[in-house]
Design a binder for this molecule. Sequence first.
Ligand SMILES: [Zn+2]
Length: 273
Amino acid sequence: MSIFRKKKKVENKWIKCKSCNETFYVEELEQNYWICPKCSNYFRISARNRIKITADEGTFKEFDKKITTKDPLEFSDLKPYKDRLKDAEAKTGNKEAVVNGVCEIDSQPCVLSVMDFAFLGGSMGYATGEKIIRAIEKAIKLKVGLVIISSSGGARMQEGILSLMQMERASAALSMLAKKGLPYISVLTDPTTGGVAASFSMLGDVILAEPNALIGFAGPRVIEQTIGKGLPEGFQRSEFLLEKGFIDVIVERKEIPKYIGKFLRYFSENVKK
Ligand SMILES: [Zn+2]
């Protein structure tokens, strides 16, 4: 076992940039916020690494760590859904596609919920939705703002309608947060699509996005086939959506905590609870 671990560690030391094909040390990328030092391509990052670069050091306290899905439809395609869940857990160290915690960001207390694309494409099943709702409820209980960082391929097909229901549940819970006068900052990263984009991700009081992130409901190929026309350049990328008014601001990865802090501070000082 120890030999395996050692080998795995060595293999993982290098990562190749998909955009420019250059190879880098993991440490080098980590220091550069997982942005390619050569071509500035943004690497997709795990929920754990995202928390590390977002929350103030040592402040993140995870909750609802054990919540996981029960495979309600006993679904199987090429592989049983149960096995896919086990693989996803082994790969990410999470039991679900979202990690919840209480923390401070730029010295502002908040509830932070981060999606993990490496866990079944950040897809939203029943337990994912449940965790998002619990994050919202925690923010209400603690009377603090909510921050959700999204990266998702959409609803989780292995849970059918139960997965789709989460769009409505999460949206309803967010309206409770709004009634309490508590802010919700939504951060969209590459990719934020499908049922997640069509529910809580787009309901932020302020919506931030990383540069060049794919954000949309259906993929460009599906839309092109449906409307029988080509799509404009940059369609469904952050810059295009900013221009069309779907998002409020595009923020470089290393500046995101500062922006979140600024907005949380603004709402806590100016909005009557
Ligand atoms: Zn690169």
